[in-house]
Write a protein that binds this ligand. Sequence first.
Ligand code: NAD
Ligand code: UDP
Ligand code: UDP
Length: 317
Amino acid sequence: MFMKRILVTGGAGFIGSHLCERLLDQGHEVLCVDNFYTGTRRNVGRLLDNPNFELMRHDVTFPLFVEVDEIYNLACPASPIHYQYDPVQTTKTSVHGAINMLGLAKRRRAKIFQASTSEVYGDPTVHPQVEEYWGNVNPIGFRSCYDEGKRCAETLFFDYHRQHKLRIKVARIFNTYGPRMHPNDGRVVSNFVVQALKGEPITLYGDGEQTRSFCYVDDLVEGFLRLMATGDDVTGPINLGNPGEFTIKQLAETVIELTGSKSKIEYRPLPQDDPRQRKPDISKAKTILDWQPTIQLQEGVGRTIAYFDELLASGEA
Ligand code: NAD
Ligand code: UDP
Ligand code: UDP
């Protein structure tokens, strides 16, 4: 296959590190750019001695002049506790980051992929969520820095596409989980798994009846590659996620069962603006990309447990 120089922003994060690995496996050169806000060198540690891999510390809110053929723009903290810690920086990362990466793509005439999110649908009133749905987002709430930042990034992508004829690929990613999630980032799968392994209480927010659809990271990355490989007429936005919908309580029970933990469920208040339901309609991904997830929740959670078990044993978490 034709070898490309591919930039992955946020490449030292959870999803980005899996993407870098897959791209290297395909024989490409990968430039991983990350400011290590939530990502770590450890996530890409195994790639560091690969001659086709380069790691650069850089904040995408500042311009970046490098020579690449394709760009995957993933830089942005993804978990509520991290993106709400410095909300202004979160918006800057999505908006200024998108402008800089689009400017780079424009100069290079490079194809560019945006990791957008199901959060653009906010607390949805349409279920399951189709790409045509415009969303129900609070513009001034605690989640807005992330949601509106990502929405504005989508706007920029489509305006660069219309105005500058850029080749864009916008994926709306639904909740994804797997090895290399940050152990303390507060996301539900990592929280529950770490709590269960440590024998601590499982913290269930609200009544646990809110739903999410969880996609295993390998499935998601396969979707990224397929979307990037589509013809120039395919821009997205396209939903990528696992349509299997579970209540958060069901997830807690699955984690307890698979770890054999003695942890008990402890109910906590529901965070503000927490969406009640979320499930992707992936008809477009099925038809356009011939893609659908293959890894079921039990199997994926099992693999995630194995990862955190090792991480905890190593004393690194
Ligand atoms: P992550 O926090 O593990 O990865 C994000 C990476 O971006 C980290 O390595 C972080 O250090 C880096 N980063 C943050 N701000 C940066 C900046 N200003 N400059 C350079 N690097 C910066 O999160 P993830 O789960 O791997 O998410 C990756 C992308 O996918 C994000 O854009 C996120 O919004 C999107 N996404 C993720 C999910 C999910 O469920 N994990 C769902 C929807 C969308
Ligand atoms: N940019 C960048 N790398 C490049 C080209 C541009 O970071 O290789 C940045 C540039 O600094 C600018 C942004 O991308 O702030 C948008 O670039 P564009 O060419 O669209 O706009 P302009 O430079 O005309 O403001
Ligand atoms: N959640 C929970 N306990 C936790 C962490 C999260 O019950 O320890 C809930 C959270 O309130 C939300 C769901 O799990 O309803 C998914 O949360 P996460 O932060 O992983 O993703 P998002 O809300 O962004 O979809």
